[in-house]
Design a binder for this molecule. Structure first.
Ligand code: CP3
Length: 340
C-alpha cells in the first residue's frame, strides 16, 4: 500500500472500508490558531495563497492536529479567474473583490485559457505538501465549478442572489457559454497539473448552484462540470459538491464522477435512492452542529453514519467550517466518526 492510510481513496472507489473516513471542507483555515499564526506571516490572503511554503504548512496542519483522513491543498477557487486575467483581492470581513469584471464580448475575448504554468505556485505547494505528508494520507486537489467561477467574475464579489451573473445568462446566453467554455478548459488544464504534481483525488466546488433553477443549472453548470469529470475521472477519483442543489441530484447521478457531496438540507436516505449505489456520498452535517454540546454532536454523528451506512460514504460537513467554531469541538466530531 502506498499510503499509511488510504481509507478515503477506497471509499471513493467503492471498495470495502473498516470504518468511515472523514475530512472537513475548510479544514485548512481559521478554526485553527496554528493557521492564524502561519497566515500572519503573509502580507495578505492572496500573497499567502501564492507562497508555496506557507500554503504547504497549513495544508498539513489539519492532518497533524485534527487527525483527518485526507489533506486538501490550501488555495482558493479564485486563482482561476486571476490566471485568466481577472485578479482578485480578499477583503477582511467582506470576502472576495474583483477590480475588473466580465460585462461585454471584449472582456470575454480578452480572457486567457490558463494552464498549470500560470498556477505554478499551487503546483509547487502541492509538491511540498506531498513531501511533508510523506504518504501518511492522500491529498485532495480542487477547483471551483465553472458556473461558480463565472458568477464571481461577473458579479465582482460575493452576493446573496448573484443577480448580475444571472442577468448575464438571460441577456447574453451565448456569450455566457463562451466564457464558461474558457473557464472549463482552464480548469481541466489546472486540475490535470494538480494531479501530475501529486493530487490523489479532486473536488469540484459549485458553491452557487442553488441560485439557479433546474433547467438553467443543467445548461449553464452541469454541462461544464460533466466535461471536467470526463477528463479527470479516468485518472483520479472525482467528487462533485454542489451546494443547495438537491433539485439536481438525479442529473448529478449520471456524471462520470465517483463521489457526490451533499449539504444538510438533503436527507441521506433520499440522496441514496436518487443517486443509486454506483457512487459514494459525502457530507452532510450542518456546520452549526459543531456549536452544540458534545453529547449532541456525538448523537448526530451516530445518526449520520446510520443514515448513510458505512460503505460508499465519506463523512464531512454539508459546507465549510465556520470560522468561530471551537477547535476542540471539531476534533471531537472527527474522533466520534472515527470511533463509530
Ligand atoms: O477547504 C480547505 O481547507 C482548503 C482551502 C480552501 C479555501 N477556499 C481557503 C480559504 C478552499 C477549498 C476554498 C474554496 C472556496 N473559496 C470556495 C468553495 C467552497 C465554499 O466555501 O463554498 C469559495 C466560494 C471560495 C471563495 C472565497 N474564499 C470566499 C467567499 C472567501 C471569504 C469568505 C470565507 O469563507 O472566508 C474566501 C476566503 C478563504 N478561502 C479563507 C480560506 C481559509 C479565509 C481567509 C482568511 O484566512 O481570512
Amino acid at each position: 500500500m502506498k499510503y499509511q492510510n488510504d481509507i478515503i481513496l477506497r471509499a471513493a472507489r467503492g471498495e470495502q472500508v473498516e470504518r468511515v473516513p472523514i475530512w472537513l471542507m475548510r479544514q485548512a483555515g481559521r478554526v485553527l490558531p496554528e493557521y492564524k499564526a502561519t497566515r500572519s506571516r503573509a502580507k495578505n490572503f492572496v500573497e499567502f495563497v501564492k507562497n508555496p511554503d506557507l500554503a504547504a504548512e497549513v495544508t498539513i496542519q489539519p492532518v497533524d492536529i485534527l487527525g483527518v483522513d485526507a489533506a486538501i491543498i490550501f488555495s482558493d477557487i479564485l486563482v482561476i479567474p486571476e490566471a485568466m486575467g481577472l485578479p482578485y483581492q480578499m477583503i477582511e470581513a467582506k470576502g472576495p473583490w474583483f477590480e475588473n469584471t466580465l460585462t461585454s464580448k471584449s472582456d470575454i475575448d480578452a480572457l486567457r485559457i490558463a494552464d498549470g504554468n500560470d498556477l505554478s505556485y499551487v503546483i509547487k505547494a502541492i509538491e511540498l505538501s506531498k513531501k511533508g505528508l510523506n504518504n501518511r494520507v492522500p491529498l485532495i486537489g480542487f477547483a471551483g465549478a465553472p458556473w461558480t467561477i463565472f458568477a464571481y467574475m461577473v458579479e465582482g464579489s460575493g452576493s446573496k442572489t448573484f443577480s448580475q451573473a444571472k442577468k448575464f445568462l438571460y441577456q447574453q446566453p451565448q456569450l455566457a457559454h463562451e466564457a464558461l467554455e474558457k473557464i472549463t478548459q482552464s480548469t481541466i488544464n489546472y486540475l490535470k497539473a494538480q494531479v501530475a504534481a501529486g493530487a490523489d483525488m479532486i473536488q469540484i466546488f459549485d458553491s452557487w448552484a442553488g441560485v439557479l433553477g433546474q433547467e438553467q443549472y443543467k445548461t449553464f453548470s452541469l454541462h461544464y462540470i460533466s466535461k471536467i469529470c470526463n477528463e479527470l475521472s479516468p485518472i483520479v477519483p472525482v467528487t462533485v459538491f454542489a451546494k443547495d442543489a438537491h433539485f439536481a441530484l438525479a442529473d448529478m447521478a449520471v456524471l462520470s464522477c465517483n463521489t457526490i457531496g451533499i449539504d444538510w438540507t438533503i436527507n441521506p436516505q433520499d440522496a441514496r435512492i436518487i443517486v443509486g449505489h454506483q457512487k459514494t456520498l459525502q457530507g452532510n452535517a450542518d456546520p452549526c452542529l459543531l456549536y452544540a454540546e458534545e453529547c449532541v454532536i456525538e448523537q448526530e454523528a451516530r445518526k449520520m453514519i446510520q443514515a448513510f451506512g458505512k460503505q460508499r460514504y465519506i463523512a464531512n460537513l454539508g459546507h465549510g467550517l465556520y470560522p468561530d467554531t471551537e477547535k476542540h469541538k471539531v476534533k471531537f466530531f472527527i474522533d466520534c466518526i472515527k470511533s463509530l
